[in-house]
Design a protein. Structure first.
Lengths: 341, 341
DNA sequence: ATCAGTTATGGGATCGTTCCCATAGTGGGA
DNA sequence: TCCCACTATGGGAACGATCCCATAACTGAT
């Protein structure tokens, strides 16, 4: 195979440390794992030897003997969407604090990739997994379930896969937005939902529709897109706003979609919130840094990640055997992108 | 330790497959690795057995025998900053396509964390590392160098650590912004740079100062912050804009800082770009989705990640032995946040 | 008939670690 | 004095994979 200078990266093993410290590998192991009897003298020699060559025990060999790998996987649709970037960040940081190493797996909503990632994670003998897949299929994840690998679902329950879930009530969040707009006098309300197959987005749409229905209303249009980015929201809104009669308000099922929609309005010379109210969902940092500042439903993104890590940690420690559904609070944050009609 | 129901997650081993397929583990290994002689009959039986229990070879055991781990590490300051989120995403995706599993390590600019992560990566016997540390210290990374672990620096060279670097000319980018503002007639130009110790940010400041100096100018103020987020930019700009005389233009060393500054201006009733021009750096997606749309220096974030992966792949394959410095192109993107004075 | 090369299969050493077990010295209680 | 508990240390078998080597059947050339 590949020629070239070979990197002789061997980083010493326990035997070498034993030689350096003039003792046996058993004693070295006892020092490293801090169990069993070791004299102060040997301990010191071993610690010196370890430091002298910057030795790090081979993690693979350890798990081979049956120790937990202290590796975990996080499966989510993407990393370059602010919401998921923040989520991944909080998860990774929380695991680090617990001494776990995290595999962040960006599945791009593709079943093939999910399957490939699950295989890789199994090969690494991960101790647990957090899944934030937004699609409905559970097939790619069943191998994890079949091996009883502790698993926490984020963003939406995954019945049949795991009984532990950390999420928000997306349906309720949808109602908050619709009620807010109704209270402001809006009757012609459109919805932009993207990506189309995302369960949380569907729930938000359903919630909004339910609240509208309570007032004998229904959305003048529900526009679906396929991507989760600003451009998608903009394109969908542009189309929407060119129809007549024009809606007086738009609900975006994410801040990204809503901010995209704001720019569609600007392009068309429509004043927000004067002629058109726009509201989003998530409360990403950018939501309060657009003009007009975006009215949105705030979800505690970081807390969701931290709670999920906490739950997974409990499962991995065998402290959690029951089904648990953590539902974190949502809050309507009224800013400047919505106004009375 | 932790009690509770034990997860009996053993996922079969090569011996079990051998039994199921009525052959030896040697033959199973040959099928899995697709080398040596195997009859069609045995191959089929083995493949069936593998599928039947969804077997995945233990990655740790493999590397124990000397195979590459196909694990790589990426060290960067954070994941919840759009720029790094996009960078991490493109790196992770590119590695996945090459069959590598990525450890994304969010170091929070802390030396302790960097050190801890490096230790964990060494324990996992990673094949290579991409480092995007913005700080100047190289100490935490020397253990990687000492083991000859292939390493690519991103965003800035890391002399003494690695000779392979993928970056942009931040100094030049700084000059682009200054020249643009000077051409528009600005003379009172302030700079907001955050986080303070980031090498790329410093280079951008230096570039801007150099271009100003060419016209006998110097920045009316350089404000430094510690965080890389919208709030930091906003706070710095608020302070800056309350002084008299007020600058007529602000250069942010990142889009994040610049967008923050725009909101400081709004808070103070200053019109952008009428009374104040603001320009950023990076061209994150949000830059074209604020109002007014942000003038900025565009860097090819995804390409940087992909190129770094390509270079690391070459190093890991032994195909790259020389020093290589990839400098990717920058481009000034003039939008609506800057105007003639 | 002999030999070499190809195809096919299985045994067993090895990688780095943990942990059980054997060994052995020491000190204190009966 | 004997015995046990405690302290301390080292040897060696596992874990799951790879891969070298031995074995053996078969082909075709000499």
């Amino acid at each position: 195979m590949s020629a070239g200078k070979k990197f002789e990266a061997m980083s010493g093993n326990i035997k070498k440390i034993a030689e350096l410290a003039q003792t046996s590998k058993s004693s070295v192991s006892r020092v490293i794992n801090n169990n069993g009897y070791v004299s102060a003298d040997v301990r010191e020699r071993v610690e010196k030897a370890i430091a002298s060559i910057n030795y790090h025990p081979n993690a693979g060999a350890r798990t081979l003997r049956g120790s937990p790998s202290r590796l975990v996987g996080v499966l989510l649709p993407s990393l370059d969407v602010p919401f998921f970037g923040i989520l991944a960040h909080s998860i990774e940081q929380a695991f680090f604090a617990l001494g776990y190493q995290t595999f962040i797996c960006s599945t791009a909503e593709s079943q093939d990739r999910e399957q490939a990632y699950v295989g890789m994670l199994l090969a690494q003998r991960i101790d647990g997994v957090i899944v934030a897949s937004s699609r409905q299929e559970v097939d790619p994840f069943t191998p994890l379930r079949d091996r009883n690998i502790p698993m926490v679902a984020i963003d939406r329950p995954m019945p049949g896969l795991t009984d532990v879930c950390v999420h928000v009530d997306n349906h309720y969040g949808g109602t908050l937005l619709a009620k807010h707009l109704i209270e402001l006098g809006h009757r012609e309300i459109a919805i932009i939902s993207t990506p189309r197959h995302s369960e949380p987005m569907i729930q938000r749409v359903n919630g909004a529709c339910a609240a509208l229905a309570e007032h004998g209303l229904k959305p003048v249009q529900i526009a679906y897109g396929n991507e989760h980015n600003l451009g998608a929201g903009r394109r969908l809104a542009t189309k929407l706003l060119q129809k007549t009669p024009r809606p007086t308000a738009i609900i975006g099922t994410s801040d990204t979609a809503a901010i995209g929609a704001m720019h569609a309005a600007v392009d068309l010379g429509i004043n927000v919130p004067g002629d058109l109210s726009i509201a989003g969902f998530d409360d990403i940092p950018e939501a309060s840094y657009v003009l007009p500042r975006l009215t949105t439903v705030s979800q505690p993104t970081r807390k969701i990640g931290e709670r999920a890590v906490h739950r997974l940690h409990q499962m991995m420690s065998g402290e959690l055997e029951l089904a648990v559904e953590d539902r974190l609070p949502l809050k309507l944050v009224v800013r400047q992108s919505t106004a009375k009609i």
